[in-house]
Design a protein around this ligand. Structure first.
Ligand SMILES: [Zn+2]
Length: 354
């Protein structure tokens, strides 16, 4: 195979559109011709920041066709349509047995790659799925009734389901979603589908308009300094039963603490550094019996439910796509999504250059 196009990360805010060699396969690996890649919140933050070493190629929400199978691969054939899970735990180690999946060595170290330092690789024309992922459910055969763009949501839907599971919701409870970006919008759709009431807040009027279009329960601009009092008054001074924070800002965390009821749950659905955090008094948590948990891991128990929801035509995930870009224009997409108040929700890149 000749060279392929890729967007190579070469330091903060330096994406270079380059010709590189396609990744070489080992016997148990599968090569994917990438049809589309969803831009995840981590991709946006990683491209804008200084992340470890480079060169590397980001992009972890990938759909495509199998271009080649290593000679030891069984059960997969060239031409099949697949969606990829970026990370999969081994389910055998001590951490997995104790359900600390994100601590699993395989979960942390094994990821799809377009070559260079493995980092997802979806911002390139071809990616290699290592044998570890092929053997453990990293590939999902897309049913013929499911579109490419619907299948793109496999990874983020599974993450959102993990966060919802951590909220341990009861009938009639209210979930406050902080942030109407891609994860916030997906959460809204899923919770609506489950019949759970939601309120969603964001700084961006464009994002809130889109949330209204998705039939989000209640939409409140988060420009207010007293955002939590708006939630309190909306809930008759009770507070939300759970708050799921999708945007890592001090503003969001402080308001979530103050706008959640006694005994309520705060869940972080983000893994990027918070902006200029000041200290938070831990007594706030003990006095009001709040719990804070991280729900960003690609949830194992929700794997099959994620597949079912992707196939469910009543969950219009592709309606969260606000912008589509060619691979060459990825830096424009990242810039647009990085703005302090952005109109972007879900962004998708189409890597094939032809
Ligand atoms: Zn493990």
């Amino acid at each position: 195979m000749t060279a392929m196009k890729a967007q190579v990360y070469r330091g903060a805010q330096q994406l270079c559109f380059e010709d590189i060699d396609p990744p070489a396969l080992e016997a148990g690996d599968v090569l994917i011709r990438v049809v589309a890649t969803g831009i995840a919140p981590q991709d946006i933050n990683h491209c804008a920041a200084t992340v470890g070493e480079w060169p590397r190629i980001f992009g972890r929400e990938i759909v495509g066709t199998i271009a080649e199978c290593g000679e030891a691969v069984q059960g997969w054939t060239k031409g099949q349509r697949v969606a990829l899970r970026s990370r999969v735990p081994c389910l055998q180690c001590d951490d997995c047995i104790n359900e600390r999946f994100s601590a699993c060595r395989g979960y942390r170290s094994q990821i799809t790659t377009a070559g260079l330092i493995p980092s997802g690789g979806g911002f390139a024309e071809f990616v290699r799925v290592p044998q570890y992922l092929v053997d453990r459910g990293g590939l999902w055969a897309i049913p013929s009734s499911v579109s490419w763009e619907q299948a793109l949501f496999l990874d983020p839907v599974q993450r959102c389901l993990g966060a919802i599971a951590r909220a341990d919701l009861k009938p009639g409870q209210l979930v406050w979603i902080l942030g109407a970006g891609s994860l916030g919008s997906i959460l809204t759709l899923i919770l609506n589908r489950f019949g759970i009431r939601t309120v969603i807040t964001d700084m961006s009027p464009d994002r809130l308009d889109r949330a209204r279009d998705l039939n989000a329960g209640t939409v409140i601009p988060s420009v207010y300094d007293d955002l939590h009092t708006k939630i309190q008054s909306f809930t008759n001074s009770k507070g939300a039963d759970a708050a799921i924070i999708t945007i890592p800002t001090q503003h969001c965390l402080h308001h979530a603490i103050d706008g959640t009821r006694r005994g309520g749950k705060l869940i972080l659905l983000c893994d990027d550094p918070f902006d200029r955090m000041q200290s938070i008094d831990p007594c706030l948590f003990s006095r009001r019996e709040l719990s804070l948990s991280a729900g960003f891991t690609l949830a194992v128990r929700q794997r099959h439910l994620a597949e079912e929801l992707i196939c469910d035509r009543r969950l219009p995930l592709e309606q969260t796509i606000s912008h589509r870009y060619s691979l060459e224009d990825l830096p424009i997409a990242i810039d647009r999504a990085s703005a302090e108040v952005t109109d972007t929700v879900k962004l998708v890149v189409y890597p094939q250059v032809e």
